[in-house]
Design a protein around this ligand. Structure first.
Ligand SMILES: CC(C)(COP(=O)(O)OP(=O)(O)OC[C@H]1O[C@@H](n2cnc3c(N)ncnc32)[C@H](O)[C@@H]1OP(=O)(O)O)[C@@H](O)C(=O)NCCC(=O)NCCS
Length: 243
């Protein structure tokens, strides 16, 4: 079923390594991966890193194949400006994958037709570690907003703020070549995060928090989870979208 995403719509695809055994991912999506992706997979030393890399590639191939209406192995993913991966066919995408302290991994893919997107996701548990970064490097207004929050909420907002900055830098393709401090996030009393020139949305998925950034007005924002035979045996998981 091609073209799930309409104009300005963004689909978020999310999956956990815990739900998707590595063997099953390799069996189903291994043939669709490029030689370069197989080499990168083989070079990873830790099993958790290998698993989440495989998960991210399976989720990406699945999301793109559904959006493009093409077989998962029939299109090439090239590197564009700044090393941001891209695909032909008028589809924009970005992905993030992460492993928490226990070795559990998660991946998220944002797919859109026609609007540039950047996505970043981190374990919620990183809030304590990132708080140190905030105290040294975030803007005064960002720090003051966080200091007004109770500790639990402060740590969650710290992670969201970091992912919002990275999502903007990933949408442009600059990545961390540009300083995250150059993107200042404003947290409105209405709970919406903003930064000039960008549309932002936050999400929470299991123990992970993330942000989506786009230059255009985000129209319909949908969370998509594929289970059953496509990635693993688990049933549906919730991803909570916050705008
Ligand atoms: C892109 C970047 C921000 C990723 O940060 P991260 O939080 O560690 O990783 P994430 O899982 O969220 O994102 C990684 C994915 O982003 C995508 N990506 C890579 N370069 C990108 C770029 N310039 N813009 C947008 N997306 C990019 C890829 O799909 C990548 O997946 P892969 O590593 O499996 O190929 C960071 O690696 C970066 O800035 N890279 C470019 C500059 C660079 O190499 N700097 C050296 C380190 S400072």
């Amino acid at each position: 079923m091609p073209s799930r995403a309409g104009a300005n719509a963004v689909d978020l695809w999310y999956a956990l390594t815990a739900d998707c055994p590595a063997d099953a991912l390799l069996g189903r999506f291994g043939p669709a991966l490029s030689a370069d992706e197989h080499e990168r997979h083989a070079r990873l030393v830790h099993a958790g890193d290998r698993h989440v890399f495989l998960l991210s590639r399976a989720l990406l191939r699945l999301a793109l194949s559904k959006t493009l209406g093409a077989e998962a192995g029939s299109f090439s993913i090239e590197l564009g400006a700044g090393g941001k991966p891209r695909v032909a066919g008028g589809v924009e995408f970005n992905l993030s994958h992460t492993v928490d302290a226990t070795g559990a991994g998660a991946a998220v893919v944002a797919v859109s037709r026609g609007i540039a997107v950047g996505v970043d996701m981190e374990p919620a548990s990183r809030g304590v570690e990132l708080a140190e970064l905030v105290s040294r490097r975030y803007a005064d207004a960002e720090r003051e907003m966080l200091e007004r929050c109770a500790p639990g909420e402060r740590h969650r907002r710290t992670v969201w703020m970091w992912t919002a900055k990275e999502a903007v830098l990933k949408a442009t393709g600059e990545g961390l070549r540009r300083s995250p401090e150059s993107v200042v996030i404003e947290w409105g009393d209405d709970g919406r995060v903003r930064t000039p020139g960008w549309e932002l949305a936050r999400f929470a998925a299991g123990g992970y928090l993330g942000s989506l950034a786009s230059t255009a007005c985000l129209g319909e924002l949908r969370a998509t989870w594929r289970s059953g035979g496509e990635l693993g045996p688990a049933s549906g998981r919730a991803i909570e979208l916050l705008r």
